[in-house]
Design a protein around this ligand. Structure first.
Ligand SMILES: Cc1ncc(C[n+]2csc(CCOP(=O)(O)OP(=O)(O)O)c2C)c(N)n1
Ligand code: SF4
Length: 249
């Protein structure tokens, strides 16, 4: 893998047309990531990995070295790259289906081993790319393609609370937070802190609450209402683990 030696400064100003549906939350998460990368001035060092699902539509979103894998395997692939090239900054980007269902073991293992990578998981409460099936994050009673009468907690259990779980199994120096696309500045701050934790030699994990109006079948007003009134109530936004403050003296 070659890292572009001199990233053109147009990286900061150039924009590309993206491939997401109108109103999708993915581009907002990616924008927050790009701001964090720019502020840390690490463009030349970042390797960006995207998963299968709508996250793969980000494969040429940035002028960054990129790789694409299947369900949650982005984490071990980025981990492998990072182990071979510790000078790089590895970002594994995925959906909730990829990270919490089909590839969940990779998230768990990388967190427990304190791999020096940053995982960003986009929670839109269902499988976006394949048409809106139930995901581990589908809310109780939420209607999806595979739960037309609403998700039954009795039959399928409770929605996964990823940051809470990762915070409980990760090492002391790691960083874990849940942000939301309804507060992109805060999301950028969390992603920046996550990248800093990696630069300090630790694992970091961000879940971003996101929008999928296509599969939710919502208009603009209903889309934001679902995020702010229902998702944000169930999935608490905030920091779940921050590196321990260095003791003075
Ligand atoms: C092993 C495997 N099972 C199923 C699929 C089909 N598949 C492709 S994308 C996808 C859904 C991805 O959903 P999510 O990870 O939530 O990402 P989103 O599209 O919502 O961003 C599925 C099930 C696959 N590619 N590989
Ligand atoms: S299907 Fe949903 S997650 Fe995928 S691009 Fe469209 S709005 Fe975004």
């Amino acid at each position: 893998m070659s890292v572009q030696p001199q990233m053109p400064r147009t990286w900061r100003t150039e924009t590309k047309p993206h491939k997401f549906c109108p109103g999708c939350g993915h581009p907002l998460v990616l924008k927050a990531l790009s701001w964090a990368i720019e502020e840390l001035e690490i463009e030349e060092k970042v390797v960006f990995g995207c998963d299968i699902g709508c996250s793969l539509l980000a494969w040429d979103f940035f002028n960054l070295d990129s790789v694409q894998t299947h369900h949650g395997r982005t984490t071990p692939v980025i981990t492998g790259i990072k182990r071979v090239r510790p000078d790089l900054v590895g970002v594994a980007y995925m959906g909730d289906g990829g990270g919490y269902a089909i590839g969940s073991q990779h998230l768990v293992n990388s967190a427990m081993r304190n791999e020096k990578v940053t995982v960003i998981l986009v929670n839109n409460t269902q499988y976006g790319m394949t048409g809106g099936q139930m995901a581990p994050t589908t809310l109780p009673n939420q209607k999806t393609e595979t739960t037309p009468y609403g998700r039954s907690v009795e039959e399928t259990g409770l929605p996964t609370k990823g940051p809470e779980m990762v915070a409980s199994i990760s090492s002391e120096g790691s960083y874990v937070a849940r942000g939301t696309v309804s507060n992109v500045r805060q999301l950028k701050k969390y992603i920046k802190r996550a990248l800093e934790a990696q630069l300090n030699g630790n694992f970091s994990f961000i879940e971003a609450l996101s929008l999928c109006p296509t599969n939710w079948r919502t208009n603009a007003e209903e889309t934001w209402k679902f995020l702010e009134d229902q998702m944000s109530k169930y999935f608490t936004v905030g920091e779940f683990k921050t590196p321990a403050q260095k003791k003075e003296g």
